[in-house]
Design a protein around this ligand. Structure first.
Ligand SMILES: Nc1ncnc2c1ncn2[C@@H]1O[C@H](COP(=O)(O)OP(=O)(O)OP(=O)(O)O)[C@@H](O)[C@H]1O
Ligand SMILES: [Mg+2]
Length: 253
């Protein structure tokens, strides 16, 4: 089945402090699939991920040129609205950052901001998102206790639930399992695989085994350039480019 691109990047260049960090990036990320960005430390993975929801806007001395289309919208067009763009994306960072409030209020936070006030409506959303992130059975008896009391792995799933509650189209994850134990890591990985039925998922990871386990597509980045992009098996098992071969064999880290 051919996948439609949901994110299309054209001639993207990013300079930070005069350094050319991302170089002539052209890529189409398929809809309803998991795409992992891999590459050595400092190659530009996080920067690339940040261009997808204009998170670089918050960084000093940045110049971005080129375009990033999300659906039909060029998110770098002069009239583009950052809040609207970010609403389409759920972002899961390396460590969980639950809001300092109850489990229930964390998930209800976004919907409340978007004007949902009725308790019965919020109850339905909270239950659905906690079920979708496999947390419901673990927390249903303590929904009104502080989120900070959950384990780190549970907190990360809660952050995912909070992000999903505002109905994004895209989930972005930057090494989102790096602070987690192996069991919690597997739970998050399983969730990504399950959630790709409904969302487009783009993950940064430096763990090749993880990329292999959960991704449909791989982007290999090296020194700010995309060296290779393709289906996971092709890139990891039968890479076309010499640099990719070296990286998957562990010769470049
Ligand atoms: N805010 C910033 N100010 C200055 N330089 C930056 C900034 N953000 C990123 N860079 C530089 O851009 C390059 C790419 O950084 P980036 O964080 O995207 O790499 P990465 O591939 O995510 O690395 P890692 O695997 O270590 O997380 C690095 O050389 C980094 O020093
Ligand atoms: Mg990074």
């Amino acid at each position: 089945m051919t996948q439609h691109p949901l994110i299309s990047v054209k001639d993207l260049n990013v300079h930070i402090d005069g350094h050319h960090i991302l170089k002539n990036i052209n890529i189409s990320i398929p809809d309803k699939s998991v795409t992992s960005i891999i590459g050595p430390s400092g190659c530009g993975k996080t920067t690339l991920l940040k261009t997808f929801n204009r998170l670089l806007d918050d960084t000093a001395n940045v110049t971005v040129s080129g375009s990033v289309l999300v659906g039909d919208e060029d998110i770098y067009a002069p009239h583009a609205e950052v809040t609207h763009i970010r609403k389409k994306m759920g972002l899961l960072s390396q460590r969980p950052y639950p809001l300092p409030m109850s489990i229930y209020d964390n998930v209800a936070y976004g919907p409340r901001i978007h004007g949902i006030r009725k308790k019965s409506e919020l109850d339905v959303i909270v239950e659905k998102q906690l079920k979708d992130t496999s947390l419901w059975n673990e927390v249903k008896d303590r929904l009104h206790t502080p989120a900070a009391k959950l384990s780190i792995g549970q907190q990360q799933r809660l952050c995912l639930a909070r992000g999903l509650a505002v109905k994004p189209e895209i989930i972005l994850g930057d090494e989102s399992t790096s602070a987690l134990d192996p069991i919690s890591t597997h739970k998050i990985e399983d969730l990504f695989v399950r959630l790709k039925e409904q969302y487009t998922i783009v993950l940064v990871t430096h763990i090749l085994r993880q990329a292999r386990r959960i991704s449909d597509y791989i982007i290999f980045v090296y020194m700010g350039e995309i060296i290779e992009f393709g289906p996971t098996e092709e890139v990891l098992l039968y890479p076309k480019e010499e640099l990719t071969k070296q990286y998957v064999k562990g010769f470049i880290s």
